[in-house]
Design a protein around this ligand. Sequence first.
Ligand SMILES: Cc1ncc(COP(=O)(O)O)c(C=O)c1O
Length: 310
Amino acid sequence: MNRLREQLGSPRLFIKRDDCTGLASGGSKTRKLEFLVGDALNQGADTLLTHGAVQSNHVRQTAAAAAFSGLACQAILEARVQSAPAEYAESGNVFLDTLLGAQLHHVDSGTNMDAALETLAAELQSAGRKPYIIPGGGSNALGSLGYVECLRELRDQCIAQGLKRPHIVHATGSAGTQAGLVAGAHALGLKWPITGIGVRAPQQVQEARVFSLAQRVLGLIGHGVALPRDAVVVDDRFIGEGYGIPTDGMREAVRMMASLEGILIDPVYTGKGLAGMIALLRDKKFEPDEDIVFVHTGGSAALFSYRWAF
Ligand SMILES: Cc1ncc(COP(=O)(O)O)c(C=O)c1O
């Protein structure tokens, strides 16, 4: 990303285009769903069940994966962002969810989403259906395997493009992306720094969640060497007032990326993730010989529901 680099006077900047993974405008969930939908099909499921915030990219991609695989999809949407205009509830990912054929259930903020999903699964089972539960964000050990694969792909691409000291930066929410990347780097013996920019939980909570999930991922792939705790780094300073609530840094990052690189990022995840990366660059927090690799985890479909924020 040479124009962004010139603007910031930074080390070399690269982008991993995981927004180009396919499934109804792409994003990180495609990699997780590859494993989760495979498991659902192996188990003979006929319906994918999941949950997320109203503008969940994960729900939109799960709905697309279900359509693609000939499965039904039901999703529970939590009204996590308060006092947003009507377009937030109707446009962007919500509009796409319905186009993709998902059946949506709306619940209040603070609902126990996992319990709600279990209840819905029990109802469907008693009606003779075979539901398969996908956790929020697709972030269990199986789904996170998608980001072990991503790390392996990145390793090959970084070697091919001559990156000597890659430093990966990305947005972290339900933790599966970072857990997979960290587990993948550890399993491959790479000491690459991976910085997760938090979008919801405080640093300690998020680091503990990522660390625990990364350990389960390593267990799943049969890697016995203990993961050092300091392999997990989360910076929570760019969340602002809360999940999905716009910040000035996010607005600047979305505008810079669009106008300098012609790339759309999103207001909830990658916008705050890139805002974090820009702030770290301005504060000279990276070594001058590091190559910064931003993982674009998708989400631009949500932009249309956030026009008011710009
Ligand atoms: C666009 C986008 N980026 C990043 C994330 C965060 O990834 P994870 O939930 O694996 O931490 C999400 C998750 O929903 C997302 O939709």
